[in-house]
Design a protein around this ligand. Structure first.
Ligand code: NAD
Length: 298
C-alpha cells in the first residue's frame, strides 16, 4: 500500500481521498478550507499544514482543484509539491482544467524528474463517494501503469487516452457532447409539448430510436420517464449548471486555440452562460429544459 499526498479535499477530492484510505493507503491531505480538512480527517485522512507538507515523502501526489490557474500555482510554488518530494514521485492531476494547463503541469513535473498523469473524472460526487468514477488519463505508458492501481481504488473505469493532456482533451470533448445533447433533448421535449405529443410517448420512441443519447435515456430533463433523473428531484444537482458552463468554456478555449469548428458547442456555451447568469447556476444543468419550454433561455 502506498503513501499518497492529496491536495484539494472538496466535494470530489474529499470522498476520493476517503476511498484511498478505505483501500488501505496512507493518505496525507491538504485543503485551504478548514471544513474540508475536518471532513477528510473524519474519514481517516491525515491532515498536513500545506500542500508541500502533504506531498513530502509520498510515492504519489494527487491534486483535485477548481481551475488550471490554481493547479499551475500549486505546481509552480517555490518549495511546493514538486520540491518536497523525491525525484521519481508520481503526480496525478485529476481536476477538470484547460489542456494547456494540464500540459504545463506535466512539463513542470518532468522538469523536476517526476512521472505524471492527467486523469480528470466523470461520475460526479455520487461516483466519487461510491468509488465508481471514470478516469480519462493522459501520460506515458509507464506513468499510467503506476497510476492505474491507485485510480482503481477511486473508480471503476480507467481509460488511457494518450500522451500528456489527452485525458483533459477527452473530458472536454465528452462534456461538449453532453452540453449540446442536453439542449437538443430539451428542445425536442419543448416541441413535443407544443405539438400535443406526450412526453412519455416521445421518450418511448426516441429512447430506442435514432434520437437516443445519455441525456435522454439516463438523465431525462423532464420529470417521469427516468425516475432517478434530477428532473424528478426539483432539478437539484447532480451536475450543476455552473460546472456544465465551466466545461463548455474549456471546450471553446480549446477550439479557439486549435482552430476547431465547434459552432454548436459555441451556441451551447452561450445558452448556458445566459441560463447560469439568470440565477440558475446552482440548479442541475438539465433544468435548462424549463427555460427552453417556457419560450427560450432569457
Ligand atoms: P470543490 O470546490 O468542492 O473542491 C475544490 C477544493 O480545492 C476546495 O475544497 C478548495 O478549498 C480547494 N482549494 C482551492 N485552492 C486551493 C489551494 N490553493 N490549496 C489547497 N486547496 C485548495 O470542487 P469539486 O466539486 O471537488 O471539483 C474539483 C474538480 O473536479 C474541479 O476541477 C471540477 O471541475 C472537477 N469535477 C467536479 C465534478 C462534480 O460533480 N463536482 C465532476 C467531475 C469533475
Amino acid at each position: 500500500m502506498a503513501r499518497i499526498g492529496f491536495v484539494g479535499l472538496g466535494n470530489m477530492g474529499g470522498p476520493m481521498a476517503a476511498n484511498l484510505v478505505k483501500a488501505g493507503h496512507r493518505v496525507i491531505g491538504y485543503d485551504m478550507v478548514a471544513a474540508a480538512r475536518e471532513a477528510a480527517a473524519a474519514k481517516g485522512v491525515a491532515i498536513a499544514v500545506s500542500a508541500a507538507d502533504a506531498a513530502r515523502g509520498t510515492e504519489a501526489v494527487i491534486t483535485m482543484l477548481p481551475s488550471g490557474q490554481i493547479v499551475r500555482a500549486i505546481y509552480e510554488e517555490p518549495g511546493g509539491i514538486l520540491q518536497s518530494t523525491a525525484p521519481g514521485t508520481l503526480f496525478v492531476e485529476c481536476s477538470t482544467i484547460d489542456v494547456a494547463s494540464a500540459r504545463a503541469a506535466h512539463e513542470l513535473a518532468h522538469a523536476a524528474g517526476m512521472d505524471s498523469v492527467d486523469a480528470p473524472v466523470s461520475g460526479g460526487v455520487g461516483g466519487a463517494v461510491a468509488a465508481t468514477l471514470t478516469f480519462m488519463a493522459g501520460g506515458s505508458q509507464a506513468a499510467f501503469a503506476r497510476a492505474q492501481p491507485i485510480l482503481a481504488a477511486m473508480g471503476k473505469k480507467i481509460v488511457h487516452c494518450g500522451d500528456a493532456g489527452a485525458g483533459q482533451a477527452a473530458k472536454i470533448c465528452n462534456n461538449m457532447i453532453l452540453g449540446i445533447s442536453m439542449i437538443a433533448v430539451s428542445e425536442a421535449f419543448a416541441l413535443a409539448d407544443r405539438l400535443g405529443l406526450s412526453r412519455q410517448a416521445l421518450f418511448d420512441v426516441a429512447s430506442t430510436a435514432s434520437g437516443q443519447c445519455w441525456s435522454l435515456t439516463s438523465y431525462c430533463p423532464v420529470p417521469g420517464p427516468v425516475p432517478v433523473s434530477p428532473a424528478n428531484n426539483g432539478y437539484k444537482p447532480g451536475f450543476a449548471a455552473a460546472l456544465m458552463l465551466k466545461d463548455l468554456r474549456l471546450s471553446q478555449e480549446a477550439a479557439r486555440e486549435t482552430g476547431a469548428a465547434t459552432e454548436l458547442g459555441e451556441h451551447a456555451t452561450r445558452l448556458y452562460e445566459k441560463f447560469a447568469a439568470s440565477g440558475h447556476e446552482g440548479e442541475d444543468f438539465s433544468a435548462i429544459f424549463r427555460a427552453i419550454a417556457a419560450g427560450g433561455v432569457q
